[in-house]
Design a protein around this ligand. Structure first.
Ligand SMILES: [Zn+2]
Ligand SMILES: [Zn+2]
Length: 131
């Protein structure tokens, strides 16, 4: 298990969540201490988060293509195997939590609140810069 940290897009650096956080944009240590409640983003004060897989989709596609290429040799068994490998990898990868507003990401979070769901572009629109 990795120690929880926050990849801060505003500072473009990792903030370890184990010690006092030295963030130029979010100086409220109390917010950092309570980060795991996910009420408020400690870096930007945003209040919406989403969960996502820290999974390299490109790698997943590569595995599937590899399986397809081997179909003529393996009579299709390779496809079943790569699907299994892909599923296995996907499920081993832990969820991360990202902030809609600053796009900062929390890694190494053990318990993710149930009310945090996957990316919703309706919520994302709230935070979009008016063009
Ligand atoms: Zn920061
Ligand atoms: Zn944020």
């Amino acid at each position: 298990m990795i120690d929880p940290y926050f990849f801060c897009e505003l500072c473009e650096t990792k903030h370890s969540l184990v010690d006092v956080v030295d963030c130029k944009h979010g100086e409220d240590q109390l917010a950092w201490d309570n980060y795991n409640e996910f009420n408020k983003c400690p870096a930007c004060s945003g209040s919406h988060f989403y969960r996502q897989k820290d999974f390299n989709r490109l790698l997943g596609c590569g595995i599937i293509i590899f399986g397809i290429l081997l179909v003529p040799i393996t009579y299709g068994i390779s496809l079943a195997i790569v699907a299994l490998v892909d599923w296995f990898l996907y499920n081993r990868v832990p969820d991360t939590i990202a902030c809609y507003k600053c796009k900062g990401e929390f890694f190494g979070i053990n318990s993710i609140p149930k009310n945090i769901t996957s990316f919703d572009h309706h919520i994302a629109e709230l935070y979009e810069e008016p063009s």
